[in-house]
Design a protein around this ligand. Structure first.
Ligand code: ZN
Ligand code: ZN
Length: 801
């Protein structure tokens, strides 16, 4: 371990016996020199001067390439690391277009590109406008500030979000030429009332889609359809805006951007910004012999507790460190614990640790960022709140307590460490689950090849149908323009017409009601009426919960977190769509337990290989929350509380594999004998671990998917393991699972084998949400089952990887 970062790591490990060393791997990522490009000739001098005034002497070559691509009229996605200056990539073309059109109205550049249609009826045209879309309000606010500070004449940038006062909204509609908003406001505020936005839409030259990797799963599917609707309306007013997307590093950015927007996008991925060498250490907390979890399983020291220790050590060493912890409560605990360790050494050091949480005012955030950057604060613990749009980079060390769910997030967080010419340290501490176990034992999954694809499914009829209704309300839908909404659109429109939601006329599909259908579409949810969470005493509404997950998240007794404050649920009234809570901060957290039944409705694709059948299709899932587990932050289980809640049924998509009896009893070639009594536990363990590993291949959370395993399933007639999407109609996870089934199962086997426990624990085959109390589970049997499946498919030459 050469270099400063290596020495730093050695010092925080000093005092541990070699057999106690929690670091499973460490590697040094070499320093990279930056590579700059000239300013493009097409950029107006004033724009160049203003941008140069922010400290940019020359653009990095990836910034220049992205800007050139956008300027030339091609849709582009810039997918590079944290602090690589992605915002510059869109600011340069957008500002150039707006500046040219507004500061020099004499008909060069900007004005020339306006289409003929905009000229008709256009009066007092501004010539060029732009729209910026961010997943959060905070990020849009940061960006608008950055643009405003440039003080370029003719650039009228403004936010339009839920916080914008009514009077200001009018100004934004009539005067702003660069509007910064979010998907929610685009849906409710802009598209629903697009005629009021004619001025902006008619001249729309660019649409910037920032942090686009966060548009995944059901939310991503909604945003994909919103963008199609936006483009359709812009075209209606005669504009053909160029899309500029920015994303964290991800696999296949061009494919993703094209799927998200429905338009062909070019990717720029070669990051030319410089950074110092980075030491990445993978860290597996030790098992704690004195504590036992469910069914006597061993428990590891929690990632949060371990992070607190590492954070304290790094602060002691003088390293400015940011620790990412998955939950808000976890972040607070980590900061508190680190401060307590430090106070034993030096009170001054203890005062240099703080927590950064969502809900801080923007001035408070700025102050905290400044203090951390200039070293007045040494250690900050945070949740993902800090992941988006925060101006912190160039730290000495980053600690990640638990995998943040996607590689994009992993590198976004890790990228806060390191600046040109200085070494930095990244410590990834595994949580007690199969995916983290796999990652700390298979560093190449993090360091080399990204397996995961950012998954979304705009074809999901449950998501598509309400967007078609909104689109028809915005402008009648013509048969000739349905391509943009995908293959399923026609069938859905016919059924929307036959049930009377839309009216079919010769010229297309019409929405004939006077009210807007938009209010009823929850673009961050899966459909159905949201459950409102209400504080009983004050009748204050805290938030809403998706009906599909309400039983699991706001059941009676559940600990519900809202902006860092803890509440306990008193009552869940499913009939009236409301959950009542009271303020309380118990020392435990809760995890719902649910049982699942599954029936196959339709098999869409299947593949047979030597006694294994792999399939993808539509299923009906019946889930019932049967109780919840109370756990201490250490992982120690207090008890399991039973619940009596009605079963919930959903139709969704699933991937499954079934194994013939011949293979299982060893009669078929490649079969291994597995005692029939062990089969249920073996399949169950294989199912749990597979669900835990799917996020490695699809950008989902283990809570986005569910599973069922059975020694004999009615519909397949064989021993079967199902993994299904947790959302009505699916969000693309099962489809991705089917596409990567063999590597996914191979990684699942690897995760189980890597875990040092003897009979199964949360790091391998136990699942936090198992409705059967994690019984039966047969860890060794799961490996046998996976060997049988992988062996049979290898025989047939399926899978490759
Ligand atoms: Zn284990
Ligand atoms: Zn289970």
């Amino acid at each position: 371990m050469p270099g400063q970062a290596g020495q730093l790591l050695e010092r925080i490990l000093s005092g541990l016996a070699p057999q106690e060393c929690p670091v499973t791997h460490h590697t040094v990522l070499p320093a990279r020199d930056g590579s700059t490009a000239d300013w493009p000739a097409w950029a107006p001098d004033d724009v160049v001067t203003a941008l140069a005034g922010t400290g940019i002497r020359f653009p990095w070559s990836h910034q220049r390439l992205a800007a050139d691509t956008a300027w030339s009229g091609q849709h582009v996605v810039l997918s590079t690391g944290t602090a690589s200056g992605k915002s510059f990539g869109y600011r340069l073309p957008v500002l150039s277009a707006l500046y040219t059109a507004n500061a020099h109205e004499t008909g060069n550049g900007g004005a020339r590109q306006r289409s003929a249609a905009t000229a008709t009826g256009a009066h007092s045209a501004t010539g060029a406008t732009a729209l910026y879309l961010a997943p959060t309000k905070a990020l849009a606010a940061d960006q608008v500030r950055g643009v405003t500070e440039l003080q370029l004449p003719g650039i009228r940038a403004a936010t339009y979000d839920g916080d914008t006062p009514t009077a200001e909204r009018d100004w934004v509609r009539t005067h702003a030429n660069w509007v910064f908003t979010n998907p929610d406001m685009l849906h409710f505020g802009i598209l629903a009332r697009h005629s009021r936005w004619q001025r902006l839409l008619r001249d729309l030259r660019y649409i910037v889609i920032d942090e686009c990797h966060s548009y995944r799963g059901v939310f991503g599917s909604h945003v994909a359809l919103l963008l199609r609707r936006l483009y359709r309306i812009a075209e209606h007013y005669g504009a053909r805006p160029v899309l500029v997307l920015a994303s964290a590093t991800m696999a296949e950015p061009a494919e993703f951007a094209t799927r998200l927007t429905g338009l062909d996008c070019t990717a720029v991925t070669e990051d030319a910004s410089p950074h110092g060498a980075r030491t990445v250490a993978l860290w597996e907390p030790p098992l704690r012999p004195e504590v036992t979890g469910e069914n006597g399983a061993p428990v590891r020291r929690s990632a949060g507790a371990e992070a607190a220790r590492v954070l304290a050590d790094l602060v002691t060493e003088g390293a400015r460190t940011l620790a990412f912890v998955r939950s808000r409560r976890g972040a607070e605990l980590t900061a508190l614990t680190a401060a307590r360790y430090l106070s034993e050494v030096d009170q001054d050091l203890a005062a240099q640790v703080a927590v950064y949480r969502a809900g801080l005012l923007s001035e408070e955030r700025r102050a905290l960022e400044r203090d951390l950057l200039d070293g007045r604060l040494r250690g900050v613990a945070t949740t993902n709140a800090l992941e988006l749009g925060v101006d912190i980079a160039g730290l000495d060390a980053v600690v990640l307590a638990g995998y943040p769910g996607t590689l994009a997030s992993f590198w976004q967080q890790a990228g806060r460490a390191g600046r040109a010419g200085a070494e930095s340290l990244v410590v990834f501490i595994a949580r007690d689950d199969p995916l983290d176990t796999y990652l700390v034992h298979n560093p190449s999954a993090i360091l080399d090849q990204p397996f995961e694809a950012t998954v979304l499914d705009p074809g999901n009829p449950n998501v598509l149908a309400p967007h078609l209704v909104c689109a028809a309300a915005e402008l009648p839908l013509r048969a000739g323009e349905l391509d943009r909404f995908g293959r399923g659109a026609r069938t859905l429109l016919d059924s929307l017409a036959s049930c009377g939601t839309l009216r079919r006329r010769a010229s297309g599909w019409y929405w004939t009601s006077l009210r807007h259908p938009h209010e009823e579409v929850a673009i961050r949810g899966t459909g159905g009426e949201q459950i409102t969470v209400v504080e009983g005493e004050t009748a204050r509404i805290l938030g809403t919960v998706d009906p599909a997950t309400a039983c699991a998240t706001v059941h009676p007794g559940a600990v519900y977190l809202h902006q860092g404050t803890s509440y306990v649920v008193d009552e869940l009234d499913l009939d009236h769509h409301v959950a009542f809570v009271h303020h309380e901060d118990p020392e435990w957290n809760t995890t719902a337990r649910q049982t699942t039944d599954i029936a196959v409705l339709e098999v869409e694709r299947q593949l047979d290989a030597g006694g294994i059948r792999m399939a993808l299709g539509t299923v009906t899932v019946t889930e019932q929350v049967v109780g919840y587990l109370r756990k201490l932050p250490s992982g120690e289980v207090i008890d399991q509380v039973p619940l009596d809640l009605p079963p919930q049924r959903l139709t969704t998509r699933a991937v499954w594999y079934s194994i013939s009896e011949e293979l299982l009893n060893g009669r078929a070639p490649g079969g291994a004998r597995l005692d029939p009594e062990r089969l249920p536990g073996a399949l169950h363990a294989a199912e749990h671990a597979a669900i835990g590993l799917l996020p490695l291949f699809a950008t989902c959370d283990r809570w986005d998917v569910g599973g069922v395993s059975t020694a004999l399933h009615e519909d397949t007639g064989e021993a079967t393991v199902f993994v299904h999407d947790g959302h009505p109609g699916g969000a693309g996870f099962a489809d991705r699972g089917y596409a990567t089934l063999i590597p996914w199962l191979a990684a699942t086997r690897e995760a189980i084998v890597s875990c040092e426990c003897s009979a199964g624990c949360p790091s391998c085959v136990q699942s936090p949400k198992c409705g059967n109390g994690n019984e039966p589970l047969d860890k060794a049997g799961a490996v046998t089952v996976l060997d049988i499946v992988l062996g049979a498919t290898r025989e047939e030459g399926i899978g490759g990887t």
